[in-house]
Design a binder for this molecule. Structure first.
Ligand code: ZN
Length: 505
């Protein structure tokens, strides 16, 4: 890159856009070259007004060239570099060095917050180039270490700085604080549901996707939300990934180490969940990167959406295609899904009667099967509690902080064990690595062989049982997987839920 630059976004990366301005004699006109969208044309008017406010009247035939030409650009991101380019071409400032500018101009020359400041800061650091951002973007840029960046209030600020008349102090690096993670709901505030809480703990520890089945009002959503409190805090690298996605999506800055929790409604479009659209934004699955994506009423999601979720669940990233090329966003999520046991919602309920026929149940069960189910390691039922049970249960058990400590140490054990093979957690293990890498007690093999025979388990089902058993053992800090761990793991199989809900296999 050289000269006066702005940025365009590609995925969560910023690309430098060079802004060249040429003024020749003749009647006044401004042309912007380089496939600008309509927003760039609007930007031309904002830039002209802001410059006029500073006494810079544009004259002559003006050509603004945005290079590379064939890359889609967004107007608001390019207001400031175009204004600086025009000010230089009209002789109002002298500037020979390279710099990246970003900011949307108000008509009076003030600068407004823009998306993409974090990717821009990463680019500026790579290019060893100073970066000028609106004041409102200062906090997020301060998290990027080693970048020379300046926060500015207005176009006038930038011009005075470049002329050397009033220097702006450089933004100091301010790393994110180590904070105590909290969720709106703590595990100890949820009465009963110990099986579901245990399953969530295993999911969090081994990064296993989970399906919770239960009647309306059983607390599935509450349980899913409480998951946030038992996940370990984001590391610095993970936090940077989260920030890059949020900044790209144009979401307000949040300097938190808590993992993202996003939920999507079953009526949401594939674009909302997977990303894309006219302005190319990341979707929910990317906003949930390094955290949790919660899909309630799972069987109601369209086939398109579920099909599209396969790729991120497999690869930890999602590629979105559009006319001008394709873009990849990170999408490493822990998927929590929830559903009713049957169309009416009360199959297996202690109090309400289910009104569904066997045909309804079988059809419902069929809807549940499909591409995503293969990726779900844990199945747990969340029964509705009767008022008597609620009263007699009393305490909710351990608090989230205690569970989180166990989850964190189990994750550290896994990272250490799998590092050489390039995996981070048990859920990622392919069959081959499972067979070689998971140590078993001597009596586990015959026990598993029996279980496979009596449950007619497939090879894939077998791998799932072993993966989850490994995580259960890691939560105890056990080196070898024992029969006890496998027995618990077997209780989270999909088939274990069939009988409860009258589903036929
Ligand atoms: Zn029913």
């Amino acid at each position: 890159m050289k000269g006066i630059c702005g940025i365009a976004l590609r995925g969560t990366r910023a690309l430098a856009i060079e802004v060249e301005v040429e003024i020749t004699g003749g009647l006044f006109s401004i042309t912007v070259v380089g496939l600008p969208d309509t927003a760039v044309k609007e930007a031309r008017e904002r830039v002209r007004a802001a410059l006029r406010g500073l006494g810079v009247t544009l004259k002559g035939r003006i050509a603004i060239n945005l290079a590379p030409a064939d890359f889609p650009k967004e107007g608001a991101l390019l207001d400031l570099p175009m204004a600086i380019g025009l000010a230089r071409a009209s002789g109002r400032i002298e500037m020979d060095d390279n710099a990246i500018f970003m900011g949307e101009l108000a008509l009076d020359g003030r600068l407004r917050w823009v998306r993409g400041a974090v990717p821009a800061a990463v680019l500026a650091r790579e290019e060893k180039t100073p970066l000028f951002v609106p004041r409102d973007n200062e906090k997020e840029v301060a998290l990027v270490e080693g970048v020379e960046a300046y926060a500015v209030n207005s176009l006038l600020d930038v011009m005075l700085h470049l002329r050397g008349e009033k220097m702006i102090p450089r933004i100091g690096h301010k790393p994110a604080a180590d904070e105590e993670i909290t969720a709106e709901t703590d595990f100890e505030d949820i009465k009963g549901q110990f099986a579901a809480k245990r399953a969530l703990e295993i999911a969090a520890a081994g990064h296993h996707n989970i399906l919770m089945t239960g009647s309306p009002g059983s607390g599935k959503t509450l349980l899913a939300r409480a998951m946030k409190g038992i996940l370990p805090p984001l590391s610095d690298d993970e936090m940077m990934e989260v920030l890059l996605v949020r900044s790209t999506a144009g979401m307000p800055f949040e300097p938190s180490r808590a993992r993202p929790f996003r939920s999507a409604h079953h009526t949401a479009s594939a674009v909302a969940i997977c990303g894309g659209g006219a302005n190319m934004r990341p979707g929910e699955v990317s906003l949930a990167n390094r955290g949790v994506l919660f899909l309630d009423e799972f069987p109601e999601f369209s086939r398109d959406v579920l099909e599209a979720l396969r790729e991120p669940l497999q690869d930890g990233a999602i590629t979105v295609s559009r006319a001008a090329g394709s873009v990849t966003y990170p999408a490493r999520v822990l998927l929590i899904t929830a559903c009713n046991p049957c169309p009416c919602g009360f199959s297996g309920d202690p109090a309400e009667r289910c009104r569904c026929s066997q045909g309804d149940l079988d059809r419902y069960r069929k809807k549940l099967s499909g591409p995503i189910l293969d990726r779900i390691d844990l199945h747990v039922s969340v029964p509705r509690l009767s008022p008597e049970e609620l009263v007699s249960l009393g305490g909710g058990g351990e608090n989230s902080a205690a569970v989180r400590a166990r989850v964190q140490s189990a994750r550290e054990i896994q990272q250490k064990r799998w590092r050489k093979l390039g995996f981070h957690c048990n859920a990622e293990l392919p069959e081959r690595a499972l067979k070689r890498g998971v140590k078993l007690d001597d009596d586990v093999r015959p026990f598993l062989a029996d279980a496979m025979k009596s449950a007619r388990m497939s090879g894939r089902g077998f791998s799932r049982v072993l993966r989850v058993a490994r995580t259960i053992a890691d939560l105890e800090g056990a080196d070898k997987v024992s029969v006890r761990h496998v027995a618990e793991s077997l209780s989270y199989r999909e088939e274990a839920a069939f009988g409860n809900y009258g589903w036929r296999k």
